[in-house]
Design a protein around this ligand. Sequence first.
Ligand code: 7RM
Length: 660
Amino acid sequence: MCPPNKKEKSPKKVSHASFAALLEENRIFKPTPAFRAQAHIKSEEIYRQANKDPLKFWETQAKALAWFKTWKKTLIWKPPFAQWFVGGKLNASYNCLDRHIVGSNRNKAALIWEGEPGDSRTLTYFDLYREVNQLANAMKSLRIKKGDRVAIYLPLIPEAVICMLACARIGAVHTVVFGGFSADALKDRINDASAQLLITADGGYRRGTVVALKAAVDDAIKQCPTIKNVIVVKRTGKDMAMQPGRDLWYHELMAKAAAFCEPEKMDAEDLLFILYTSGTTGKPKGIIHTTGGYMTGVTFTTKYVFDLKPEDIFWCTADVGWVTGHSYITYGPLANAATVVIYEGTPDWPKRDRFWKIIEKYGVTIFYTAPTAIRTFMKWGTQWPDQCDLTSLRLLGSVGEPINPEAWIWYYHTIGRDRCPIVDTWWQTETGSILISPLPGVSALKPGSATKPLPGIEAKVVNEEGREITVGGGYLVLTRPWPSMLRGIYGDPERFQKTYFAKWGGQIYFTGDGAKKDKDGYFWLLGRVDDIMLVAGHNISTMEVESSLVDHPAVAEAAVVGIADEIKGQAIGAFVTLKEGQKPDKTVEEVLKDHVVHKIGPIARPQKIIFTHDLPKTRSGKIMRRLLRDVAEGRALGDVTTLADASVVEALKEKYGEEE
Ligand code: 7RM
C-alpha cells in the first residue's frame, strides 16, 4: 500500500526521531557485521594485491569475461593513448547474453521494465537474447556492418537496451542520444558521428504526456546527410508520418529477421560506443570507449561496488542516454547476469511515491540514484517513502554530484532505514566505470565522501604545479591508466590530449574536478574546478557553501556561484530553493547567511541570496552554475542546449533583474 491516504493505516511505522542524532559532524558508518559477513569483499587485502601488481589485478578482472581469444599484452601505454588486453578478442553482447543462456540463467529475468502509464514487461535472458539476435540481423539487412555508427534516440523502454546490444553484436558503434534532447542536439551528434542508421520510437511517456520523438527526428534528419534509414519502435501508437523508403517499423523488421546472428569477434580495442558530453565550449565531445577494457571495468565494479548477488534486483534510475545507464543498466549488470529494473517516466507520476512503489512492487534490493533526486525527495517529505515497504533494499548508491551530508543521512535513514550501506560513486563519462567509491563490505563510510580509489586505481590530489597534496585541497588527477578509460574524443585526438593530459607533462589525467583529502586519506569531491570561487584570496568551493545551506532545515536545494566583485575578486551569490511550506523573506535570508558563517566562516558569507522554485539543471540533473553566473553577472546566456527546462533561467533572469 503506497499512497499517503489518511483513511488507510500505514503498514510500516517509521520513526524519524533519530535523524538529528545521525547528523553529527564526522560520523563514521562501519559495515554492519551482517553485511560484511555476506559481502563479496570482506577485507582490505584486495587493495594491497592490486597495488602490488596493478596489471595482474586487471588481468584477473578481465578473466571474468568470456574471450574468444586471450590477449597478448595487458597494456600498451603511450600517453595519452592506452591499449588494454592487446590482441584479445571478445564480444560485449556475447558476454551479456550468450554465456548466460546456456545455464540456469536462461529463464532468469534480465530486464524488468515499467512504463510510465503503468504497463510493464519482463524479458528473460533468453527473451533478450532472441530480440538482440533478430535486431542484429535486421540491421545487417540494412547493410550496417562492423565499424558503422548507429544513433539511438529512444525513451527508456527495453528496445533501448536491445538496440545497444544488437549494435555490439555486429560490431556497429552505437551513440545513444538521450530522448529528452532537442532535434538540434540530435542533429549535431548524428553529424559528428556520421551515423548511417537512427533508431527511434513514435514517442514515449513523460509526466503523463507523449513526447513526440519522431517529430524531432524528422526535423533533425533534414540536415543529416549520412542517415540512410530510420527504424521506428511503436511505443505509443500515436499518429506520425513514416517516410517511405527511409523509415521502417521495428516490429516489421523483427518479424522477418532470423533468430540467430553470429556475434562479431571484436578486437579488445575495437570501438564499442561513442557517447557525447557537452563540453564547456558547446561543441559536443564524442567520448569513445572500446570493448575489452570498458567491459572489464564495468563488470568488475558492478559486482564489487554493488556487492551484486544472483538474487539481487538492481535498479539504477539513470537513463541509458547517460554513461551511468550504459555502464550500470546495460553492460555491467547484464555481463554479471543480474536482474535489472528500468522505468520509463518521472518520479512524481502519477504521484510522488512512484519510485518507492516500484521498489515495493519488484522487491528492489539495490537502488542507485543521484543526489539531485534525493534532494527532491527530501523536499517532498518523508510521507511518500514512509508508506511503502522498502524492506527489500540492502544497498544504496549515489552518483552524479557530490552528495551533501544532509542528503546522505536522509537517504541512509529514510530510504535505507539505517540498515543499508551507501556507495557514493565518483566517476565520469570519460572514466567509463566507477573509480572512487567504497567497497560496502569493507569501507567505513563518511557522509559526503566518496571514500577512496578502488583497487587498481591511483588517484591523487595535486596543486597547480602537479605536486601531491596528501592532506588538503587541490586538483583531482588519475596517475595510472585504467582499463575502462576513454580512448579519445571522436575525430579529435588533439582536443583529447589538450583537455585531459596537457596540464602536467602529458602522463597525468586531469579530471576537471577539485577534491580534498583528509587525514585518513578519504577523498571529498568539490565539484568542477571551473566552479571554485576565489573570494578575497581564499579558494571556496561552491559545493561547500551549498552543502552548508542545505544543512539548514528550511532549505531543499542550493546553487552557489562566484559573482565578479571589485573588492573581493569574487563575492558569493546563492540561489536557494526552500522546502515545501517555507516562505522566503528577509529574515530567512539573514538566517541562512548566518548559518553559512557558522558552518564555514565569515569569508563564506553569501552576499546575496535569491529564492527560486527551481534551479537550472542539465537533463541528467547536474546544476548548471555557468548559467547562474551568466544570470548573476547580467550577461547573455551561454549554451543552453543541454538545459532541462529553459523557463527556469528565464524566470531567474527576470527575478534577478527586479532585485538589482
Ligand atoms: C557518472 C557521471 C562527471 C562529473 C564528475 C564530477 C561529478 C559524478 C560524483 C561526482 C562528486 C560523485 N558522469 N560527479 N559522480 N561528484 N561525487 N559521486 O556523472 O560525465 O556525467 O559527470 O560528475 O564532477 O567529473 S558525467
